[in-house]
Design a protein around this ligand. Structure first.
Ligand code: ZN
Length: 234
């Protein structure tokens, strides 16, 4: 194997480590975003519940005030009905009383439903309140782990990127610039292995002459389709 191919394989290995580390960083960053979103949803869900409870309590209070008012009116009308001058007057008062009673019934039923809802929401809220701190602490712990993971892989990427930089001068000028450019091409490979007479990068079947020319990695050849350098595995 000629030195140039040997160096390129070595540089590609460093570069593969950079690519792997970058993927790890990206996935850890996504994990963090997901976790932060999760915390946000939990907190806003809890706040929403608190607001619903508050509104429901006000509604119950309003209805209770209303019921007291209606009871007062009902009493007044009952007194008036008792001291009515004639039957016509009495019937009028009684019909008003009947309307008020119907009204009261409707409001009482509504209040009953509201109170039962309130009870459910309160128990839901208490449940959340007891579980949520631990759940959030767990997620935050996960975020911290991911943050540390990112730092670790940043170091790995940095170290290997430096190894590529430091060793790229082992390649001759033209080969070096083409090689470095190819490192950022599709699948981020600059040199690929030949698999069954096809380019390991783009699967293009190589001309027989190229394959013969390469021999036992004795000559530098590249794929005519994707441009990547080629070598044969021993
Ligand atoms: Zn190719």
């Amino acid at each position: 194997m000629i030195d140039e191919i040997r160096h390129m394989i070595e540089l590609q290995k460093y570069w593969d480590n950079v690519v792997r580390a970058e993927k790890e960083i990206e996935s850890a960053e996504n994990e963090i975003k997901k976790s932060e979103k999760e915390i946000e949803i939990k907190k806003s869900g809890f706040n929403e519940l608190k607001t619903r409870i508050k509104n429901l309590k006000s509604a119950v209070n309003r209805n209770e005030v209303l019921l007291l008012e209606l009871a007062g009116k009902e009493n007044d009308l009952a007194e008036k009905s008792n001291s009515a001058q004639n039957e016509k007057q009495m019937n009028a008062f009684n019909s008003e009383i009947e309307t008020i009673r119907k009204n009261k019934n409707t409001i009482e039923e509504e209040t009953f439903t509201q109170m039962s809802d309130l009870e459910n929401l309160n128990s839901e809220s208490a449940d959340l309140e007891s579980k949520m701190p631990q759940e959030i602490a767990d997620i935050e712990k996960h975020v911290l782990m991911m943050t540390e993971r990112i730092e670790r892989f940043k170091e790995i990427a940095e170290k290997n990127r430096k190894a590529v930089d430091d060793n790229s001068d082992l390649l001759s000028g033209q080969v070096k610039s083409k090689f470095l450019k190819l490192l950022n091409s599709s699948n981020r490979k600059a040199i690929v292995v030949i698999e069954k007479n096809a380019c390991g990068g783009c699967r293009n079947v190589l001309p027989v002459n190229d394959v013969n020319d390469l021999g036992d990695n004795k000559k530098l050849i590249s794929c005519q389709n994707c441009g990547k350098f080629l070598y044969r595995e021993n």
